[in-house]
Design a binder for this molecule. Structure first.
Ligand code: PXP
Length: 242
């Protein structure tokens, strides 16, 4: 069983989704981030989407100023977002694909589409002292290309697994991609669609050092509060040996 501590970063986007449903000032995702940190989160993740459907620019500014653990900023690879990241200096940027019509980030980055732009974006972040991670499907080609463009880490998309956790091929794909990435010297993260019920086998993959989890924790918090929701997720990870 892997002995190393696995980091739990909590994505607080959907606290902002609830606020934006009324364009009101509550619930505040920054206050939620603080509550998650008090409950033991190792980091806070927020996705500043180009359409600003949940997290707003001011949220990211306040998160950058108040997060005591680390801030992982998810964003598309655009000039505007790179400028925001360089000025706010999050600990880490995770590049994600964005399509305006999607409900959530549905697929991994197409690392083959414009490797030069990715390499330049990663380089720009590196010069600013910001670590970069690429949100990719768990496949051989995407992992190999992520290394070629100079990323520090990959975040393996667990969506397919979350939809079919009992199909061996979905967890096998994650295990294989995690091993390949770690062997290539990349840090390995994972996330999307993880819940206390399905997180176990992913948490148990020894190379995966960080999980990014949002929707299920925020959903559970409606009934039991954020602190307990975070503790329940930690407990599920602990039960898997992390
Ligand atoms: N990681 C990335 C890169 C994401 O885009 C998301 C969803 O915003 C998550 C993790 C968290 O997914 P979920 O909200 O399903 O836990």
């Amino acid at each position: 069983m892997p002995a190393t501590h696995q980091r739990l970063y909590i994505n607080i986007d959907h606290v902002a989704t609830l606020r934006q449903a009324r364009r009101a000032d509550e619930p505040d995702p920054v206050a939620a981030a603080q509550e998650c940190e008090r409950a033991g989160a190792d980091g806070i993740t927020a996705h500043l989407r180009e359409d600003r459907r949940h997290i707003q620019d001011d949220d990211v500014r306040r998160l950058a100023a108040t997060v005591r653990t680390v801030l992982n900023l998810e964003m598309a690879l655009t000039e505007e977002m790179l400028g925001i990241a360089v000025s706010l200096q999050p600990y880490q940027v995770t590049f994600v694909p964005e399509r305006r019509e999607e409900i959530t980030t549905e697929g991994g980055l197409d690392v083959a589409r414009d490797p030069r732009a990715l390499r330049d974006g990663i380089e720009r972040l590196k010069r600013a002292g910001i670590r970069s991670s690429l949100f990719i499907a768990p496949d051989t080609d995407a992992v190999a290309r992520s290394r070629e463009v100079g990323a520090d880490a990959v975040e393996l998309h667990t969506g397919r697994y979350a939809h079919a956790p009992h199909e061996a091929r979905t967890i096998d794909a994650l295990r294989n991609a995690a091993r390949q990435a770690a062997t290539a010297g990349l840090a390995v993260h994972a996330g999307h669609g993880l819940t206390v019920r399905n997180v176990g086998p992913v948490a148990a993959v020894p190379e995966i050092e960080e999980l990014n989890i949002g929707h299920s924790i925020v959903s559970r918090a409606v009934f039991v509060g954020l602190e307990k929701a975070v503790h329940e997720m930690r407990e599920a990870m602990r039960a898997a040996g992390r």
